[in-house]
Design a protein around this ligand. Structure first.
Ligand code: HPA
Length: 233
């Protein structure tokens, strides 16, 4: 038990899938897992542990943004002995070369967030995903005939921006898209010697201004869930 998770240690699997939205965790449990049970509802951050094709897995929401992901991933890694966390989320593309619903596997998260510096004095702006885990996900994507773009993305603290110099982040820093959680996840995995990956679906494009509807997002999300679940087998 931690301040934010009420589960017993043995009720959380070594591998955790984390959508941002706790209701998506519920959706995954109800549609993909067998013998699942609710293991957390503190603050409504629903978590479920069950089995996918016989493999024990926990699915739990991370909430939105670096601080929220920072808290949950730290507690899971540090106090629940979780080995691996895979974030499954959405992102906004910074280039017209990416289409709505394209899949991205993050290899590097770029951020000017103070999270890592505040956490342990780390001054870098780029943190990598687990290479081993990413290789597994890429191989599985090939096996399932899914196209996936490996990319550096921008992890931002702000969704609603008055000014948005995203072209600079694309051109100067090589960020192909933006989301808001991977930097904290990758940092925690790194300092605690664990594995983390982040799979994203493009839900909007800042260059072309295209957006997906919530129904479309739900469908696109299922491809990503399948890829994440198959990758842990
Ligand atoms: N900004 C930040 N995070 C996001 C976005 C965005 O435009 N789209 C999906 N996640």
């Amino acid at each position: 038990m931690t301040p934010h998770i009420e589960a017993k240690k043995e009720d959380i699997a070594k591998i955790v899938l984390m959508p941002g939205d706790p209701l998506r965790a519920k959706f995954i449990a109800e549609n993909y897992l067998t013998d699942y049970k609710l293991i957390n509802q503190v603050r409504g951050m629903l978590g479920y542990t069950g089995y996918y094709k016989g493999k024990k897995v926990t699915v739990m929401g991370s909430g939105m943004g670096i601080p929220s992901m920072g808290i949950y991933s730290y507690e899971l890694f540090k106090f629940y002995d979780v080995d691996t966390i895979i974030r499954i989320g959405s992102c906004g593309a910074y280039t017209k070369d990416l289409n709505l619903f394209d899949l991205i596997l993050v290899n590097e998260s770029y951020s000017i967030s103070t999270y890592a510096f505040d956490q342990n004095g780390y001054e870098g702006k780029i943190i990598e995903a687990s290479k081993i885990l990413n290789d597994k996900i890429i191989n599985k994507a090939h096996e399932l005939n899914l196209k996936i773009n490996t990319a550096r993305i921008h992890c931002s603290d702000v969704f609603y921006k008055e000014t948005n110099p995203f072209k600079k982040l694309y051109e100067k820093h090589g960020c192909l898209a933006v989301e808001m959680e991977s930097f904290a996840l990758f940092h925690n995995a790194k300092i605690l010697n664990k594995k983390a990956a982040c799979i994203l679906t493009v839900s909007d494009n800042l260059e072309t201004k295209e957006e997906t509807t919530s129904i479309e997002r739900q469908t696109a999300f299922t491809t990503m869930i399948k890829l994440a679940l198959e990758s842990i087998l």
